[in-house]
Design a protein around this ligand. Structure first.
Ligand SMILES: [Zn+2]
Length: 447
């Protein structure tokens, strides 16, 4: 039972708060602290959110902080949910605070590139926090994707060694132990500062839970004042926009530059990722107010809806798209296949449906991309084969834990139903050695 929660600091990441709880509570192991906060392993995998707290912890925390406020003010919710449709936004807010959920099902979480793999910090903020509070903590605003400076101090953020993405082995890494006394490097590029301030302000703005203006309509309006939309409003020049944006952001050295297919999807209202939208809006010269507090008329929204059917003047450059997508797809598919990219670490089948959704591809695009198609073919497998791999994975995992286990344990973590076992057996041989298969089959026969 939680005895005491420390005071949460301004803009502190919920994860950081729990880390400090671990330090201050006198829990002598991670396991003990985790047990006080959560029920099971899958409850706490994501550092950008608060995870699925157990009822005791929830009760205690709600007395200090209402769940909705905790999600709004101390998680990355304002980033990921900023531009999603209204109902989805409300639903995500509720579920993040009250229900077990996989954030990937609530909104789009793009894969992380080099430079954004770990939690970031500002050396000057850390110094100030130590003076004021006696310890450093992880700030939320330093974790906004593609923001490379602290907007308060105009100095470059540093990457810590604490992975930002969800991991299989969750550990409390309190900022105080992971942030040294580092020198601050002041950012001199005014454009980098301007871009960071832009994202920072959009992130910080109150979330709108009243109006449901599609982000595609807002961007369409912004585009209508530029050369990227024909004055008639009937043709957009997506390729030109993507090329120009690419050049602009490359010169700024940001981590994840929006690709043509992400831009195209955002313009068609099929992608609402924070960093992609902000890149488009900032590049088009849109005011922050236009994004967070749009004043479009019903006619304007209607006009944009109709534009979805219009011709895209520059057809997609398939060769380029294929080349751009293939390495990302390879990484994504591998992570899904061997489980390293999945929140619970379980291998999964790489299905086309999943790839289209997670990679932000539009219908049938893969058919025009030979490199990507080859990758898909390489990972293609039948359901029984994927079940076999899940069983082997579960078996090895349990064996590693070193405790006695039974078929029911394998079933629970592999998620493979008993009625499917007969079709699985032939595939076990393909993915494990004879001894392992023998032992698995033995377990099966006992049950
Ligand atoms: Zn700072």
């Amino acid at each position: 039972m939680i005895a005491y929660m420390p005071t949460i600091y301004p803009d502190e990441l919920g994860y950081s708060w729990f880390c400090r709880y671990y330090v201050h509570s006198g829990c002598f192991s991670h396991k003990m602290a985790l047990q006080e906060l959560y029920c099971k392993k899958s409850d706490y995998l994501n550092k950008e959110f608060i995870g699925n707290l157990n009822s005791g912890a929830m009760e205690k925390i709600e007395k200090i902080y209402p769940m909705d406020e905790l999600v709004l003010d101390h998680t990355m919710y304002p980033q990921y949910a900023r531009f999603i449709p209204l109902e989805q936004k409300k639903d995500a807010l509720y579920r993040l605070g009250h229900e077990p959920c996989d954030v990937h099902h609530l909104f789009c979480v793009l894969p992380r590139n080099k430079g954004e793999q770990c939690l970031k910090f500002c050396p000057m903020c850390a110094r100030e926090d130590r003076e004021r509070y006696g310890e450093a903590y992880w700030h939320r605003k330093h974790q906004i994707r593609n923001v490379s400076i602290c907007t308060k101090h105009k100095c470059r953020l540093k990457e810590s060694t604490v992975p930002a993405k969800s991991e299989q082995s969750f550990t409390f890494c309190p900022a105080e132990s992971y942030i040294g006394n580092e020198e601050a490097v002041v950012e001199s590029d005014p454009l980098v500062i301007q871009f960071a301030s832009y994202l920072d302000s959009v992130f910080d703005a109150p979330m709108d839970f009243e109006n449901d203006v599609p982000i595609s309509a807002i961007l369409y309006d912004g585009m209508s004042r530029t050369k990227y939309l024909k004055p008639s409003g009937r043709s957009r020049y997506t390729k030109m926009l993507a090329d120009d944006m690419g050049e602009f952001y490359r010169s700024m050295g940001i981590c994840s530059i929006a690709s043509i297919y992400q831009i195209q999807k955002a313009l068609l209202g099929k992608l609402s990722d924070f960093t992609v939208i902000c890149q488009i809006a900032f590049y088009l010269g849109m005011e922050i107010e236009e994004l967070i507090n749009p004043s479009l008329t019903v006619e304007q929204i209607q006009k944009e809806q109709e534009s979805h059917y219009m011709r895209d003047v520059a057809p997609v450059d398939w060769e380029l798209l294929d080349m751009e997508t293939a390495p990302v797809l390879e990484k994504f598919a591998k992570g899904v296949y061997d489980g390293t990219g999945n929140e619970n670490g379980r291998p999964e089948r790489v299905s086309e449906k999943l790839v289209y959704r997670e990679m932000g591809l539009l219908g049938h695009q893969l058919e025009n991309m030979p490199r990507c198609k080859t990758i898909m073919e390489r990972y293609a497998e039948s359901y029984p084969e994927s079940w076999a791999r899940k069983i082997i994975w579960a078996y090895r995992k349990l064996e590693e834990e070193g405790k006695p286990f039974y078929w029911t344990d394998i079933r629970k973590i592999s998620g493979v139903k008993k009625k499917n076992l007969q079709v699985v057996i032939p595939y076990l041989m393909k993915h494990a050695d004879v001894e392992t298969v023998d032992r698995i089959v033995k377990l099966l026969n006992v049950c």
